[in-house]
Design a protein. Structure first.
Length: 69
């Protein structure tokens, strides 16, 4: 009989290591998210924004849609 923690997860269940491609995809997604965060932070700092207006959101969206530069 397997042990169950208070969260309901099986403690004795073996964990399968993700494939190389799954790990590569995860690394790519995380890298893209970090880049997007830097773009947003840079835009906000450059324009001295206290609140995010609709226009600022549109501009940030355009910056993010340009791809990595």
């Amino acid at each position: 009989m397997a042990n169950v923690s208070t969260s309901g997860a099986w403690l004795s269940a073996p964990t399968k290591k993700p494939s190389f491609f799954a790990r590569l995809l995860r690394a790519h997604i995380e890298s893209s998210e970090r880049r997007a965060g830097r773009v947003v932070e840079g835009y906000i700092a450059e324009h001295g924004l206290q609140t995010l207006s609709d226009n600022a959101e549109r501009q940030i969206g355009r910056l993010l849609s340009k791809g990595s530069h």
